[in-house]
Design a protein. Structure first.
Length: 169
């Protein structure tokens, strides 16, 4: 399962990855927009220094990082966990959220019909967390997580993990 990014060469916009969710998704983890390594691989959190998969592996007590990518996604879906980003397309050089320009949001409103069991949205970092109020207004529980990005060196793995455990609380 490889999600290839779209790029509109006329406008210079980069397209994000397809959502990983279904009608049984209860928990959704939203990032901002895939980094260069993720876009190149067509995989969420593909940068080798990104702590997303090790953090989630500890939370779920499963060796996710050792699994082939399609199996990771299948396992998450079997646990009612989905992945997506708040930004559908943007212009950006590099991988930093601060470099995002001309962002176009994903259709987050459609989640309630696509995911009728959705009860919690977890935001991987501050950029994606800017959308938390929209979900709270719909009565959905939200959790802002410290970013798993290697650019976020403000917290240790253990400090991040303490917050990430709240995903399944």
């Amino acid at each position: 399962m490889k999600n290839l990014p779209d790029k509109d060469t006329r406008s210079g916009l980069l397209g994000g990855l397809s959502p990983v969710l279904d009608s049984t998704t209860r928990i959704l983890i939203l990032g901002s927009f895939p980094g260069v390594a993720s876009l190149a691989a067509g995989q969420y959190y593909a940068h080798p220094r990104n702590q997303f998969w090790p953090l989630l592996a500890d939370v779920l007590q499963q060796p996710l990082a050792a699994m082939p990518y399609p199996e990771r996604l299948q396992y998450l879906l079997s646990q009612g966990i989905g992945l997506w980003d708040v930004i559908d397309s943007c212009q950006r050089r590099g991988s930093l959220d601060s470099a995002i320009r001309d962002a176009r949001a994903n259709d987050l409103v459609r989640l309630q019909s696509d995911c009728p069991q959705l009860r919690r949205v977890c935001f991987n970092g501050k950029t994606s967390a800017k959308f938390a109020t929209e979900f709270m207004a719909c009565g959905i529980d939200t959790l802002v997580l410290p970013s798993s990005s290697p650019a976020n060196a403000m917290s240790s793995f253990a400090q991040k993990l303490a917050h990430w455990r709240g995903i399944i609380a």
